[in-house]
Design a protein around this ligand. Structure first.
Ligand SMILES: [Zn+2]
Length: 222
């Protein structure tokens, strides 16, 4: 069982980090890490305070929803996390947050276009909106499954929050921060009522090609 301990600790560490920085809001949001090479994930439990949680509280489940470790109930969004890992072999960590500015953009049903080159390099060509479905439902997991096939690493869940993906917890965390920066700039720019300029298409495609080539290498390893 020892091989799960460092992953449980990492899930806890990143959940605390996100909670302390205000990205999770109370017991909202959830994060998971895929056990490399296995159909197993370590995920935050449902409805628990991240800052008083211990590594033993992190749930370890297989992709058939069978428990392996942990006495608490896993996050209600576990199906959504599993769906992402099944659809995207390049993804090793999923973070679902209720971060403020990106959640605000999720209310206006506008995808965020390619505004910055680092945005496209790490998050994808745009930040798309996943159509609304209630939290914790199979319907939401199905909507996510369809949308993540575009190989982007950040999404807005309509009237709910965000979804950030990455090959490692470090990268998913970086993507959460980058998404908030991009969402904040986009909202402020929208407030001016001026035309919002995007990066040139050729630069967007070069940046996205870098992300895709990294993803393909990771998918081959899985
Ligand atoms: Zn949520």
């Amino acid at each position: 069982m020892d091989d799960y301990e460092s992953l449980r600790q990492q899930v806890l560490d990143y959940a605390c980090k996100l909670a302390q920085e205000g990205f999770l809001k109370g017991t909202g949001g959830n994060i998971s890490i895929r056990v490399p090479g296995k159909n197993i994930l370590a995920i935050t439990p449902s409805n628990q305070d991240y800052l008083t949680m211990a590594a033993d509280d992190i749930c370890v489940y297989d992709f058939e929803h069978q428990p392996i470790l942990g006495a608490l109930k896993p996050s209600i969004e576990m199906s959504l996390h599993i769906t992402v890992y099944q659809a995207r072999p390049d993804v090793g960590c999923v973070m679902h947050t209720h971060q403020e500015f990106a959640s605000a953009v999720a209310l206006i049903n506008k995808s965020i276009p390619a505004l910055f080159d680092e945005q496209v390099r790490f998050l994808g060509r745009s930040v798309e909106v996943v159509p609304y479905a209630p939290s914790g439902t199979g319907m939401l997991a199905r909507q996510v499954r369809k949308t993540v096939k575009n190989n982007h690493n950040a999404y807005l869940l309509k009237n709910h929050g965000t979804l950030c993906l990455g090959p490692t917890p470090e990268r998913s965390y970086h993507n959460v921060l980058l998404l908030e920066k991009v969402a904040t700039a986009y909202l402020l720019a929208l407030c001016t009522n001026e035309k919002i300029s995007k990066i040139p298409v050729v630069i967007r495609e070069i940046a996205f090609a870098k992300l895709r080539s990294e993803q393909k290498k990771l998918a081959e390893k899985e």
